[in-house]
Design a binder for this molecule. Sequence first.
Ligand code: AMP
Length: 181
Amino acid sequence: MPHSLRQQLEQAIRAIPDYPKEGIIFRDITTLLSDASAFRRSVDELVHPYSGAQIDFVAGIEARGFILGGAMAHQLSCGFIPIRKKGKLPSDSISIEYDLEYGKDELEIHKDAFQKGARVLLVDDLIATGGTAEASVSLLRELDADIIGACFVIDLPELGGRKKLRDMGISVRTLVEFDGH
Ligand code: AMP
């Protein structure tokens, strides 16, 4: 039996070399999600610091942030808000373009997702360069959210995303770190 959650996650997250392209090690959380103990412990650990923090909403980033975020919202007895890829949300939305390694992408959130000043916790499975999370923070701030923190199961510290969010004044929590891309 693994001792710490960190060790358990190192074993439960599958590394797929050269996916989706050469040089990238894809950190696959499907093996974590299918492991009842690893999934439960991850969600418990992600929500732990916020259990008394009166979070109004967990905002999850499509798509893996939805799985973690839904479970977290249940645990925190709060609402869930999806931050989606362009063109997926049915009602009036605001959008933001952000840079990928090659090219650009766009994220959107419903304009009426929450009231000004709502206490929001952001979640995704992994932070790399931080571009996706930075764009999500900008969307939440445009709607005047009070962002209580951002959390991720995995940090790739060499890519600097955590620092980028910290420089934006966002408190970041992660459960396990991996070297490289
Ligand atoms: P970034 O915007 O560079 O911080 O990238 C974060 C987003 O891309 C998250 O939604 C991740 O799920 C995904 N991602 C980036 N790099 C990886 C990786 N090495 N393995 C799995 N997912 C990744």
